[in-house]
Design a protein around this ligand. Structure first.
Ligand SMILES: Nc1ncnc2c1ncn2[C@@H]1O[C@H](COP(=O)(O)OP(=O)(O)OP(=O)(O)O)[C@@H](O)[C@H]1O
Ligand SMILES: [Mg+2]
Length: 387
């Protein structure tokens, strides 16, 4: 692999330091080092480098807006930012613009080299096209335990992959007792705990942490020991959302049955909230309180869809009564179905194990309403469904 590199910083010392770091690395050819913005633009347009490293000397807005504008003229280069302000917000902004990596100082040159290699490998036309994508974040939530959140998360991911030929990531935010790995029978080499302590995250690195389930679906699984969950804070997870949206059409998030700091952060990132209830009084009471809490949190009502799981007739409660209690329409009913339990015990999504079962058919129905406005809401489509 041959990496043509431009180094851009108002202080020429930065370029000298980076050049010295990579002097013995044969695959790297430094095709220019520029210290004023016009020269950077000219150099990028003329030399067509694979990667440009922007140093810490640029003002934040200069480098962010500058790279965005430069990309409009020439989209073929990868940008890496080195900055003294290594904040979550800056990393988020940089990821949204499409930077391949963000590094604090002092720079870890081994990590920088790895990032250069990954970004050069990924700068194909296909990757560039993916960068334009903004995936949809769908969160499956309930303040009641055991109502079927994980079953719905995993099966919805499979259904979206299958029905919309979409690339789907599952993010298991039930950090202590997450079951996504078990329900998909995964043997993960990495978990979300691997994000802790990383100085930087980039797209390829994030994809490396995901465990592939099938051609369409991969999962970022919870740590395998519950005691590791405590250190996975919103500050660790929040920066990865921009990358996830870049790389996947859908990000489906499984959650614990409570409001905690991570859940609040996830809600901030959520485009669509599937609120799961069962048809029993404790679940109904719980979801009623959950809806009230979401209202206090100013969570937009139009993002919420109610899903009734393990639905059975003759349980003494009708769906009309449920809708009255919630003051909210039920979007989808998933029937109680023995095929679900059988599939869970095999570690296979029921969608694949028993595609014709009533539960699987209802999950397809659930996937079909993802991205579509709730009945009665003004807009019909709230997203463009990926081809
Ligand atoms: N539609 C269904 N029909 C029959 N059984 C179901 C259905 N949905 C879920 N189950 C069963 O309910 C059990 C709990 O499901 P699941 O683990 O998905 O719940 P959860 O809400 O994620 O629980 P927790 O809050 O503990 O994470 C599983 O054993 C599953 O087999
Ligand atoms: Mg669960």
């Amino acid at each position: 692999m041959h990496i043509r590199l431009v180094i851009a910083d108002p202080d020429p010392v930065f370029a000298r330091e980076i050049s010295a770091e990579f002097i013995l690395i044969k695959e790297i050819e430094i095709v220019g080092s520029e210290s004023d913005w016009e020269s950077v633009e000219r150099r990028v347009l003329a030399s067509k480098p694979q990667t440009v490293i922007f140093g810490p000397g640029w003002a934040k807005t200069r480098v962010l807006t500058g790279v965005e504008q430069l990309r409009a003229k020439c989209s073929d280069f990868e940008a890496i930012l080195v900055t003294a302000e290594y904040s979550t917000e800056l990393r988020r902004q940089a990821a949204e613009i499409g930077f391949a990596g963000v590094f604090g100082i002092p720079i870890d040159s081994t990590e920088l080299l790895l990032c250069l290699r990954r970004s050069a490998a990924g700068s194909s036309g296909k990757q560039q096209a993916q960068k334009q994508k903004t995936g949809r974040v769908i969160t499956v939530f309930s303040t009641k335990g055991g109502v079927g959140k994980t079953v719905l998360t995993t099966n919805l991911a499979v259904a979206l992959g299958q029905e919309r030929q979409a690339n789907v990531a599952i993010l298991d935010m039930d950090l202590q007792f997450g079951d996504v790995g078990v329900m998909l029978n995964l043997m993960p080499k990495h978990t979300l705990h691997d994000l802790v302590g990383l100085k930087s995250v980039d797209l390829e690195q994030l994809k490396g942490l995901a465990t592939q389930f099938n051609e369409r679906v991969s999962a970022l699984v919870a740590p395998l020991q519950p005691e590791l969950a405590d250190v996975i804070t919103p500050l660790v997870i929040q920066p990865v959302f921009a990358w996830l949206r870049q790389a996947y059409d859908y990000v489906i998030i499984d959650t614990p049955p409570c409001f905690n700091d991570n859940v609040l952060m996830v809600l901030d990132e959520t485009d669509e909230l599937l609120l799961v209830s069962a048809l029993d009084l404790p679940s109904l009471k719980n979801i009623k309180l959950c809806l009230q809490t979401l209202k206090l949190l100013n969570f937009p009502r139009e993002k919420i869809k109610l899903v009734l799981n393990r639905f059975e007739r003759n349980l003494g409660l009708s769906t009309v009564e449920v809708e009255e209690v919630f003051q909210e329409k039920i979007s989808v009913q998933i029937p109680a179905d023995a095929a679900v339990q059988l599939a869970v015990n095999k570690g296979v999504p029921v969608m694949l194990e028993a595609p014709k079962s009533p539960a699987s058919k209802a999950i397809i129905e659930l996937s079909a309403i993802c991205g579509v406005a709730r009945t009665g809401d003004k807009q019909k489509e709230v997203e463009s469904v990926p081809a």
